[in-house]
Design a binder for this molecule. Structure first.
Ligand SMILES: *Cc1c(COP(=O)(O)O)cnc(C)c1O
Length: 465
């Protein structure tokens, strides 16, 4: 299998190159030239596999050029950092099924992708005899998951910028209490946007970027999407085996469209088995408006209690457009260029009806999010985090619009990461899992710098590999 750019400006490349390239050099996103699908005979052979075994089977369809023993070792070592051998346990409750994706070291679903990507980067760098300095900005979850993905790896240093005093206290502690010497936290005196501006400016300085072999771990890396395809298949097989479900719907709390795009790839991979993908947004609902009206229009970001979804421009959306536009890269390129200046994308009527065959969507405000946490807690004793609650509330609202079959709500974070919102909803703190106990008492490593490109560059120069 080869990979192409959504904008058509590169020669097809292999899987390993795709991972190292991140963003395509023509500004597009990388995608398989054709999406694979499997038949029911193959699926039967997957039925009783453990999560890591299934991950190897699913991913092997996409990773030509990576040896199978290497893939097995990468998957195995990523999965062992999870606190349960099931990796993504499915919790069945009377009204709702929850797929817990937060059993990794930083308690968000981003660990599933970043534990794998960290190992993969390390292997590919070793093969090439190279080193890399990862640079990124975070508003919370991505930074800690990326740090835990590469901490202690010999051939990688990681620099993560976060806005000083503007990430939750749990998130700041998760990042800054990592003792490994290849981890460099920078608290920027400014907002998340200031952090991103600094990172963008540094990546745009091509000589600096090349000299220090800077790399990124943002959600556009194909390997991140790929690792997330697995749990959709896993949950379907589980519900099919245990409850006889022929078809399963999924609710996905959505920000950058990465997780739900993995759902789309899964839907194509196991035809007929995934009904609809419920695209759940908070007040930042550009994608909900797209599903309802066929227009994708940029707006202002509103801060909410589900901060990892406070996003207006969804960085993976272009991947879906590529398939919606029948794999026509010229049209994607023109559309994205027009969006950069005009701030709007409009679809034809026919495309709109195709969008609605894949997705239904609801935008859930903060009041309804808190109500969902409270209601589920009262009925079952189960505590949702505010991101997961957006998905659960969306399912409740859309119930009648969903095709027959059970719904699986993806639980994207552990509630203990967002204690303030949970307390507001149910009047008490969520229980802390082992990973967070005593975190306040651990030594911290963090440098505080102004939002100044030159000072951050100097800091990187002083500490880069
Ligand atoms: C990142 C994140 C999301 C959004 O995922 P996307 O792939 O960006 O759509 C949702 N919930 C949590 C907890 C996250 O960390």
């Amino acid at each position: 299998m080869r990979y192409v750019s959504t904008r058509g400006g590169i020669e097809p490349v292999g899987f390993k190159e795709t991972v190292m390239m991140g963003l395509a050099t023509d500004g597009g996103l990388l995608l398989p030239q054709t999406l694979p699908s499997v038949d029911s005979t193959t699926m039967e052979t997957w039925r009783n596999l453990s999560y890591p075994q299934l991950a190897v089977e699913v991913m092997s369809l996409f990773v030509a050029g990576l040896e199978r023993p290497d893939l097995e070792a990468l998957v195995e070592s990523a999965c062992t950092t999870f606190d349960t051998p099931e990796v993504t346990p499915l919790i069945k409750m009377p009204k709702v099924n929850v797929l817990e994706l937060f059993h990794g070291p930083t308690l968000s679903f981003k660990d599933i992708a970043l534990q794998f990507l960290g190992n993969l980067f390390s292997l590919l760098l070793k093969e090439r005899g190279e080193t890399m300095n990862i640079l990124g900005a975070t508003s919370g979850d991505t930074g800690s998951a990326a740090i835990y993905g590469v901490k202690g790896k010999e051939n990688i240093n990681i620099f993560i910028l976060h806005p000083h005093g503007r990430v939750s206290s749990v998130q700041a502690l998760q990042m800054t209490t990592v003792p490994e010497a290849n981890v460099w936290n920078v608290a920027i005196e400014g907002t998340f946007d200031d952090c991103q501006t600094v990172v963008k400016a540094i990546f745009n300085d091509i000589p600096f970027k090349q000299k220090h072999r800077l790399g990124a771990v943002n959600s556009i890396n194909w390997a991140r999407i790929l690792s997330q395809v697995v749990y959709y298949v896993y949950a379907y097989l589980k519900l099919n085996s245990e409850a006889g479900a022929e078809r399963v719907n999924f609710a996905v709390p959505t920000g950058n469209f990465g997780d739900i795009f993995a759902g789309y790839v899964a839907k194509r991979l196991i035809p007929g088995k995934i009904g609809r993908l419920v695209l759940a947004t908070n007040e930042n609902n550009i994608l909900t408006r797209f599903v309802h009206e066929g227009r994708y229009v940029r707006n202002q970001v509103v801060p909410t209690i589900s901060p990892s979804m406070d996003i207006q421009i969804a960085s993976n959306f272009e991947r879906y457009l590529y398939y919606l536009f029948d794999q026509d890269p010229a049209r994607v390129r023109d559309t994205m260029t027009a969006f950069e200046t005009g701030g709007e994308i409009t679809c034809s009527l026919d495309e709109r009806s195709r969008v609605r065959k894949d997705f239904v969507s609801a935008s859930i405000d903060q009041g309804a999010t808190l109500t969902a946490i409270r209601d589920v807690y009262k009925e079952t004793g189960y505590v949702l985090d505010p991101h997961t609650a957006v998905g659960v509330a969306a399912v409740q609202r859309l119930g009648p619009d969903l095709p027959e079959g059970p719904v699986v709500c993806l639980a994207t974070a552990h509630p203990a990461k967002f204690p303030e919102a949970v307390r507001k909803a149910i009047g008490k703190n969520p229980e802390r899992p082992a990973a967070l106990r005593g975190i306040e008492d651990r030594p911290r490593r963090c440098e505080r710098l102004p939002a100044d490109v030159d000072q951050v560059k100097r800091y990187i120069e002083d500490h880069a590999l």
